[in-house]
Ligand binder design. Structure first.
Ligand code: CA
Length: 222
């Protein structure tokens, strides 16, 4: 297998340059990112260029109804909600009341709170309920960025919920590089490795793994 690496390593100055000529982050998202940076779990937030990429994808496929699995302080839900048409809808899933309280505050501030319905419950339960409520194949887009040990379960349910031609985006698939280091044998790293291998073989989807931020897999339902 040819594995000549044509992907640029981004050092700080090149990444700053990339942002300086491409980032169009609305002020409300910048403020949310700054507030989230004060939180102990700040690393869980997606990168701003990644958010902008998700917004582009959502517009590209003409999405109206989306899933956000793992909300944290609400950046991904908000960036997607801002990209949706006025009648668009985000079904947001998280278990944490405290972080999602920050999320709600910014959704209000951005004027898109009515587009986002937040379900405080284990996401697996929320997704199962949507399927039971006959919402399978009605979603256009799903973003998976919750607990890594359940990635495969979230993926299987999201695959039922998105329509054909719909897109599932999965975050952290390169896991700070640990997936490529055989010394790393902890549970979450192994789960992500197994998940990546499964998707590589999964003929139900059209696949691309993008080296943006911490690695983003794009899976279009065939
Ligand atoms: Ca993430």
């Amino acid at each position: 297998m040819s594995n000549h690496n044509k992907t640029l390593g981004l050092d700080k100055s090149l990444y700053d340059y990339l942002l300086s000529v491409s980032l169009r982050e609305p002020e409300v998202l910048t403020q949310l990112r700054q507030e989230t940076a004060q939180q102990p779990m700040a690393l869980m937030q997606i990168a701003p260029d990644q958010g902008q990429f998700l917004a582009l994808l959502v517009k590209l496929i003409g999405a109206k109804k989306t899933l956000d699995i793992g909300v944290f302080t609400g950046y991904s839900s908000l960036v997607v909600a801002l990209a949706l048409p006025a009648d668009g809808k985000v079904v947001a899933c998280d278990v944490d009341e405290e972080y999602t309280a920050i999320a709600r505050r910014y959704w209000q501030k951005a004027g898109v709170a009515d587009k986002i319905s937040l379900h405080i419950a284990p996401a697996l339960e929320t997704l199962e309920k949507l399927i039971a409520a006959k919402e399978a194949e009605t979603f256009d887009f799903a973003f998976i960025d919750a607990d890594k040990s359940n990635y495969d379960n979230y993926y299987e349910l999201a695959l039922q919920l998105v329509r054909r031609g719909g897109l599932i985006a999965i975050d952290n698939v390169l896991w700070s590089g640990r997936v490529a280091d055989p010394q790393e044998q902890d549970n979450r790293t192994n789960k992500i490795r197994a998940f990546n291998q499964k998707l590589h073989q999964d003929q139900r989807i059209t696949l691309s793994m993008v080296a943006i931020a911490d690695g983003l897999t794009l899976a279009m339902k065939n």
